[in-house]
Design a protein around this ligand. Structure first.
Ligand SMILES: [Zn+2]
Length: 97
């Protein structure tokens, strides 16, 4: 299978599917717009602008948009959803200010 992006028609509009089969969050109102975006992304891939990198959290190979993009989608979603407080906070015990 040739590596590249494809267009998927979803209930919310047209979405871009990356070469790993992940559906992008962006929705396009028409197929032409999605296909144009798709071609640009595929071209960027061929030009080597996008690289496969291992996710910094789980090591899964992801298609990175650049040095800032180092987590796979599941890990990014998890870290977005994760609560900032892990467990109950305990009064003043051990707190120094
Ligand atoms: Zn990951």
């Amino acid at each position: 299978m040739a590596e590249g992006y494809s267009v998927l028609h979803t209930s919310g509009g047209y979405a871009i599917v990356d070469p790993d089969g992940r559906v992008g969050k962006a929705r396009y109102g028409n197929r032409a717009g999605a296909e144009t975006r798709c071609e640009n992304l595929t071209q960027a891939l061929k030009d080597g602008k996008k690289k496969r990198r291992p996710c910094i959290t789980c090591g899964t190979k992801i298609l990175s948009d650049g040095p800032h993009h180092r987590m796979c989608n599941p890990c990014r979603t998890r870290s977005d959803d994760a609560p900032y407080v892990f467990g109950p906070r305990r009064g003043r015990a051990g707190v120094r200010s």
